[in-house]
Design a protein around this ligand. Sequence first.
Ligand SMILES: Cc1cc2nc3c(=O)[nH]c(=O)nc-3n(C[C@H](O)[C@H](O)[C@H](O)COP(=O)(O)O)c2cc1C
Length: 208
Amino acid sequence: MNKTFEEAINFRHACKSFDPNKKISKEDMSFILNAGIKSPTSFGLELTKFIVIENQELKDKIKKESMNQEQVSECSHLLLVLVRINDSKIESGTPKKRFERLGLSSDILDIFLNMYTEFTKTHLISLKDIYNWTSKQAYLAVGNIMTAAAVKGIDSCPLEGFEKEKIEKLLNLDKTELQLALVLPLGYRTKSPRKSVRLSFDEMVDFI
Ligand SMILES: Cc1cc2nc3c(=O)[nH]c(=O)nc-3n(C[C@H](O)[C@H](O)[C@H](O)COP(=O)(O)O)c2cc1C
């Protein structure tokens, strides 16, 4: 049975030890990935891409480039969250295609395109700007993905501890097209998590 939102939030933790013999079903993986697909993106451009790795050999290779963190090879499914670098550029034609899906009149379509063109000129100057901007959005999807997984009683562990360039090379990625933002092992825990520690509500939140 699905967990409630509150149960899922309390269930989730950064899982360090997965049961390598317990596999996530196809249905549950679809549920989890759809939470990522349905996540908000700036201008509705959807510049995130998901690669799901089940192949053990590849998981082992990625583990080596992820500070040997066991979660990467022991998980059921290893989700790589990538960002679409070239598609963010006006000249790729992708922004226009994405806006056209909205069925706008040509006047409004031009307004959208001009607005985005201005945005790229001020905010997306370097490749690093593009990587940072698209990664922020990818992380929103990751938040939803982790909660969706928890709804199904599935564990996750967001990872930034990896050698980006080495994993991109392993996957033969064209860096002008796709770059790796985050690695997310998914699966089932082998043991209870340690007690969750958090700042108090008052330390975290100001109402003004
Ligand atoms: C952006 C990001 C990167 C992280 N990288 C790693 C990592 O490389 N390895 C790891 O074991 N945990 C990693 N974590 C998990 C955090 O250490 C963990 O979320 C935090 O200590 C709070 O614990 P909890 O999620 O279990 O409540 C990362 C978390 C985030 C949000």
